[in-house]
Structures are given as structure tokens and as C-alpha cells.
Design a protein around this ligand. Sequence first.
Ligand SMILES: [Zn+2]
Length: 155
Amino acid sequence: MKVLDLRCQYDHAFEGWFACEQDFQDQLQRGLLQCPLCGSGEVHKTLSAPRINLGARRLPEAAPAAPAPDMADATQTTAPDIAHLQATLRQLARQALAQAEDVGPRFADEARRMHRGEAPERSIKGQASATEAERLLDEGIPVLALPTAPTETLH
Ligand SMILES: [Zn+2]
């Protein structure tokens, strides 16, 4: 499992979970990756998230993030301010959650239905265990981990 920090053309930062680096490239090329905030498909990789440790190795070839006027301080490569970074992520997560349809515990099922074309493509939010998220990724379904507390996700 690989967690990548992604950014859209408008400099919205978000996270994507992938089975591997190649999985990310495949999804990117197939246009499956979208910014959760604005829906832009112009997505690129920044740095791996410093707080993630789901067994993924750090990116060996992580390129320095391009300087961004607004959030450069949240993505400093040398000495990341974790608290600030998390605060930024939480804020972004709230925005993303506000726009997403809440499917609650049906998240994994709904993600699969969207993947199969049985349900309309849209932003959804809900609960999934790490195991479920990993299964979705194994099936080639892009899911996004949002750093919110369970209570915030539920309500
Ligand atoms: Zn965006």
C-alpha cells in the first residue's frame, strides 16, 4: 500500500492510496484521479505523507515540491511542520467531506458500484476499514483517506 500526496492544477493538496507506484501511474493515465475539491483531473504527485506508515516504503525518487504560494509551508521537504500539515489536511478534508455524498457504511459497496459503472460517478464519503480500503485498491478502485476523526466522518 502506497499513500501519495497529490496536488491538482489549482494546488489543492490531497492524499491518494495506491497498491503501488505503477497503480498511481495507471489511474492517472486512465483519468481516474480527480481532485476531491474541484474535480480537476490534472493531478500530480508531491511528497509522500510523512505520517503514513502502512508498510509503504518512502518514495525513493520523491521530487521536491514545486513552490506554492499558499501552502508551501505545509509541504516543506526538510522539516515538515506536522501540526500545521495536519491542520491543513483536516481543513481540506472538511471541505471535501462537505461536498461528498455520505454513503456511510456502504462506502466500499458504493465505490465498487461506481467503479463498475452501476452507479453515477461522484464524490462519496463514508466509512471503510483499512482492510476494506486495501481491497478496493487491489481491485483498482481509487480511494482517498481523509484525516478526520470518526465522529466527524459520521456526522
Ligand atoms: Zn483541485
